[in-house]
Design a protein around this ligand. Structure first.
Ligand SMILES: Nc1nc2c(ncn2[C@@H]2O[C@H](COP(=O)(O)OP(=O)(O)OP(=O)(O)O)[C@@H](O)[C@H]2O)c(=O)[nH]1
Ligand SMILES: [Mg+2]
Length: 475
């Protein structure tokens, strides 16, 4: 048994996390009609008796005896309290929460240094306790945003702590990138400082771009208004109207996470777990940022529209409009590509036929033309006959990173807001983070340049690069 421990930090991390747990619970109830708590489900849930003690797998597991393998952290109380009042509150015990009252004020440095120091022991204690409840803890799964202070600062502090204390457990981060018109003025600093830590301490980072999520929501809303049957975003609330602005976006993120983790939560013919994804899609340690796309993108209230045929799903995930990042991978080079299908009537040969069909239109790096990883899970998302998630390691990932660096530069050239950071860190720490992001961009650019010339060799500077540079020049 290989368990995953979800660590959700800050407002965004906890809001997306609570949608993910709701979706995961709904899937458990749908597919386990006799509520069988089996080895697959236990990767994400513990089963407890009335006294809170873990109990072995078995049938007739009532919903309230399932506990999420999760730690919920925020430096403000609001989101954590609302989770404790929500329909999924029984999934969590109070011992799984770490909360404070004043927030990190959109300042990575306060989250990392002030709250990191303050909660170091508490985080470690809770992680150790959760790890002891596992047979064989496989991965940490961080959910957070980069734009604010807590998810970004305390979230990456936690990743660093986990790297030190549990070096053999995979660290997978799902990181929400701010949109360009984000209302957090300091989001470029927070994002770059956080990315500097993720490049160093995470094994794999999955960026979800808020701008892309927003565009998908807008597009599907207007298409649905026109009655277009192709206008579809994943969700489980079947037609209920919900008012919170992030809800539709978070539902797409949660659908992506349920698809990503489905083969760990259900038995399937071709299961793929998180470290296999990292193993197959990350050829060099620093180049561990993946792009995601998915199909069909269906809104809950439009679920009556049937998604397209399987071949059309394959076309869709290679289309720019389905990317959860603001970039177009088809114009750039793939270092690796994972295709994860859910559906009870899908054959592995369907997947291979579609790869053979699409493959000639994709630019693969010359030294790894067949870099496809495939997964198939028999349990589709609730309300859909099948779905497809595509994760790719593609050189286009530098585009949002470079845009972020530009936004950093426009603030930094005036030293705007820098004094809030220098209260906790030196300018050298800021420079180091920026240089780490730039060095990853250079690695990807070098791969793109070499691949573009048809070179068969992996660029030496990339192949021999250490996971990160410790000694870095200042500005
Ligand atoms: N997709 C999505 N983005 C969110 C959500 N909540 C906040 N964000 C984005 O996350 C960034 C702000 O980070 P938050 O997660 O609110 O901040 P925090 O981690 O709680 O940190 P502080 O509030 O500064 O202590 C901005 O880019 C927001 O647009 C959410 O529920 N979903
Ligand atoms: Mg907050």
């Amino acid at each position: 048994m290989r368990e995953i421990l979800v660590v959700q930090v800050g407002q965004c991390g906890n809001q997306i996390g609570s949608r993910f747990w709701q979706h995961a619970l709904n899937e458990f109830e749908k597919y386990n009609s006799v509520k069988v708590y089996d080895e697959a489900i236990s990767s994400f849930f513990r089963n407890v008796d009335a006294s809170g003690q873990s109990i072995a797998p078995g049938p007739n597991t009532p919903r309230h005896s399932l506990k999420a393998r999760a730690i919920l952290i925020d430096a403000e109380e609001g989101v954590l309290s609302s989770i404790m009042r929500s329909p999924i509150r029984d999934l969590f015990e109070l011992t799984q929460f770490i909360g404070d009252t004043s927030g990190s004020g959109n300042n990575w440095a306060r989250g990392f240094h002030h709250y990191g120091t303050k909660y170091h022991d508490d985080i470690l204690d809770k992680v150790r306790r959760s790890a002891e409840q596992c047979d064989s803890l496989q991965s940490f799964f961080l959910l957070h945003s980069l734009g604010g202070g807590t998810g970004s600062g305390l979230g990456t502090y936690t990743i660093q702590l986990l790297a030190d204390e549990f070096p053999t457990v995979y660290r997978f981060a799902t990181s929400v990138f701010p949109s360009e018109n984000d209302d957090v003025t300091t989001s470029p600093y927070n994002s770059v400082l956080a990315l500097g830590q993720l490049i160093e301490h995470a094994d794999c980072v999955l960026p979800l771009h808020n701008e892309a999520l927003m565009e998908i929501c807008e597009r599907t809303q207007s298409q649905a208004a026109k009655g277009d049957a192709a206008a579809v975003i994943g969700g489980v609330d079947g037609g209920q109207k919900r008012a919170k602005p992030y809800d539709d976006m978070n539902d797409i993120a949660a659908r992506l996470l349920t698809d990503l983790t489905s083969s760990m939560r259900f038995e399937g013919s071709l299961n793929v777990d998180l470290n296999e994804i990292t193993m197959n899609l990350v050829p060099f340690p620093r180049m561990h940022l993946l792009t995601a796309s998915m199909a069909p993108l269906v809104r809950p209230r439009d679920i009556a529209f049937q998604p397209r045929r399987i071949t059309q799903m394959f076309d869709a995930v290679f289309h720019r409009d389905s990317q959860i990042i603001q970039a177009d991978p088809t114009q750039h080079f793939y270092l690796g590509c994972g295709l994860f299908v859910r559906g009870s009537h899908v054959e592995i040969s369907d997947i291979h036929n579609n790869i053979a069909r699409i493959r000639p239109n994709l630019k693969m790096v010359p030294w790894n033309q067949e870099a496809f990883k495939v997964g198939l899970c028999g349990a589709p998302p609730v309300g859909l006959p099948y779905s497809l998630l595509c994760l790719a390691n593609n050189t286009c990932v530098t585009q949002p990173l470079e845009a972020m660096i530009q936004r950093w530069n426009s603030l930094f050239k005036h030293h705007a807001h820098v004094h809030h950071y220098t209260e906790f860190i030196g300018l050298d720490e800021m420079a180091e983070a920026k240089e780490r992001v730039l060095s990853v961009c250079r690695d990807y650019a070098e791969v793109e340049r070499m691949a573009g010339t048809g070179g068969q060799a992996v660029p030496r500077s990339v192949a021999e690069a250490a996971p990160f540079h410790r000694q870095l020049p200042l500005f």
